[in-house]
Design a protein around this ligand. Structure first.
Ligand SMILES: [Zn+2]
Length: 54
């Protein structure tokens, strides 16, 4: 674990998971999904960037 996932801004849940065999993040509370990315690190970055926007 090198990077930390931020909570999902649309429902405020911290119950978010990075898919093991894919490269995007899902909120397990409302099943909202983050942006798709080419690598897991990019998926985390994309999630955190979007999470930080609002
Ligand atoms: Zn959610």
């Amino acid at each position: 674990m090198s990077e930390e996932l931020k909570s999902y801004p649309f429902c405020g849940s911290n119950d978010v998971v990075l898919h093991e065999h894919a490269d995007w993040v899902t909120c397990r509370q409302c099943w909202g999904e983050g942006p798709y990315a080419e690598t897991k690190e990019q998926g985390i970055t994309a999630w955190n960037t979007r999470a930080g926007e609002k």
